[in-house]
Ligand binder design. Structure first.
Ligand code: BGC
Length: 417
């Protein structure tokens, strides 16, 4: 295929999240959760709260012109009626520094972590409509403090993954296990979608020239066997399209987080939407290998990453192409990356995924940027073992980062390596 040239003004970025990088977010519901679950403690994480200037040096060394970070709700609002102006000023300073260096900040307001007090006040979490005005109040203060330097807002990171994790599988606080009661999960999805829409209106009122979207986790889906097509459609609608349908009038861009491909099987034994048996590594681990097999589950056979996820670059172009065709919203890839402790696969991963993305852009899909997950190694919700960083925690470049830096610098890439 030769050389791909990305459009002028294309955004080359990296993404991080507050809880995973800043360290010592003791006001988050995750802090105690880690202990209760017996997870490896997040502790100092990548130390980014203190080491922002070093992170910025990494961003610059990579020639990035965009950087996505999140604001930790529990730091900004340590109690239901208390906002910390010093914290808001610090985040505003980060945004200003990025802008000064020619790097466009993308600010996410909810990346899984929520204040412990929120769940004390609202033990039902997002099943309770009362959470929405709390989130909106936080969003208003956050945007008020940063709007001078920030135009691009991400209301939620992976809303449906968050709901399945927190309310379906009991992995995240508040740890509900309602997977067998999809109606309740759909209620949480509905409340969150409505909250996004309200946040959109609020943020655009505060900042008419601002842009608002969210980062949606989208996997490529394939039928596990002939006859499984309906289950694929039902799962696609539950995990991906339902939320987009409910929010599409309130988005300036659609953020896509893409990591892998999932096979979906239909089994009358499954209580999930569409009687689906989705072949996520986490689902297989959750129900146990033998039951997964019995249900007819299937995993991809591409070489797995350190997370056990199949590498499937072609899927990125496929999902972006389909979303562009069906919704016509500008697309930003806000996460894509590989857990690769050995460091031998990141370059090929980036090349193949950008090749796939370039292909669909050549066919007309409007893609405005690509953000790699992640800038630095960080806390992968329970463990430090997975290494997603372009930099190590010591801020040393990981293999593959020089390649990415060169693509970001030139806006060109040789697909053949
Ligand atoms: C999440 C990140 C996570 C990454 C790798 C995404 O689903 O937004 O928080 O670290 O995947 O698992």
């Amino acid at each position: 295929m030769g050389i791909i040239t990305f459009p002028r003004g294309f955004l080359w970025g990296a993404s991080t999240s507050a809880y995973q990088t800043e360290g010592h977010n003791a006001g988050s519901a995750f802090w105690d959760w880690e202990r209760r679950k017996g997870w490896e403690p997040s502790g100092a994480a990548a130390g980014s709260w203190e080491r922002f200037e070093e992170d910025l040096e990494c961003v610059k060394a990579l020639h990035l012109n965009a950087y996505r970070f999140s604001m930790e709700w529990s730091r900004v609002q340590p109690g239901p009626d208390r906002f910390d102006e010093g914290v808001l000023a610090r985040y505003a300073f980060w945004a200003r520094r990025l802008k000064e260096e020619g790097v466009r900040p993308f600010v996410c307001l909810h990346h899984f972590s929520e204040p412990a007090w929120l769940l004390e006040r609202h033990p039902e979490g997002w099943l309770d409509e009362g959470v929405a005005p709390r989130y909106l109040r936080f969003a208003e203060r956050a945007a008020g403090a940063l709007r001078e330097h920030v135009r691009d807002w991400v209301t939620f990171n992976e809303p449906v993954v968050f709901i399945v994790g927190a309310y379906g599988m009991g992995q995240f606080p508040p740890g509900r296990r309602l997977l067998l009661r999809p109606k309740l999960l759909e209620r949480a999805v509905r409340i969150m979608a409505r909250t996004h829409n309200e946040a959109y209106r609020l943020l655009r009122r505060l900042q008419p020239e601002g842009r608002v979207g969210y980062a949606h986790h989208v996997s490529a889906l394939d039928p596990a066997r002939p006859g499984d097509e309906d289950a694929v459609m039902a799962w696609d609608s539950f995990m991906h399209r339902g939320f987009i349908e409910a929010t599409k009038a309130h988005m300036d861009f659609l953020g896509v987080n893409y990591y892998t491909r999932i096979f979906v099987h239909r089994s009358f034994l499954s209580p999930l939407p569409g009687r689906a048996v989705p072949g996520y590594a986490e689902f297989e681990r959750g129900v146990g290998g033998p039951l997964f097999k019995l249900l007819g589950g299937r995993r991809g056979d591409g070489e797995p990453t350190d997370m056990g996820w199949e590498v499937h670059p072609e899927g990125l172009g496929r999902v972006v192409g389909a979303l562009w065709r069906d919704f016509g919203l500008p697309i930003l890839v806000l996460e894509n990356g590989i857990a690769d402790a050995a460091g031998s696969r990141r370059e090929g991963f980036i090349r193949d995924h950008l090749g796939s993305l370039g292909g669909v852009m050549a066919q007309g899909a409007e893609v405005q940027g690509y953000f790699h997950w992640s800038l630095v190694d960080n806390y992968e919700w329970g463990s430090y073992r997975p290494r997603f960083g372009l930099y190590s925690m010591a801020r040393r470049p990981a293999p593959g980062s020089a390649f990415y830096a060169e693509v970001a610098r030139t806006g060109e890439m040789n697909v053949d390596g």
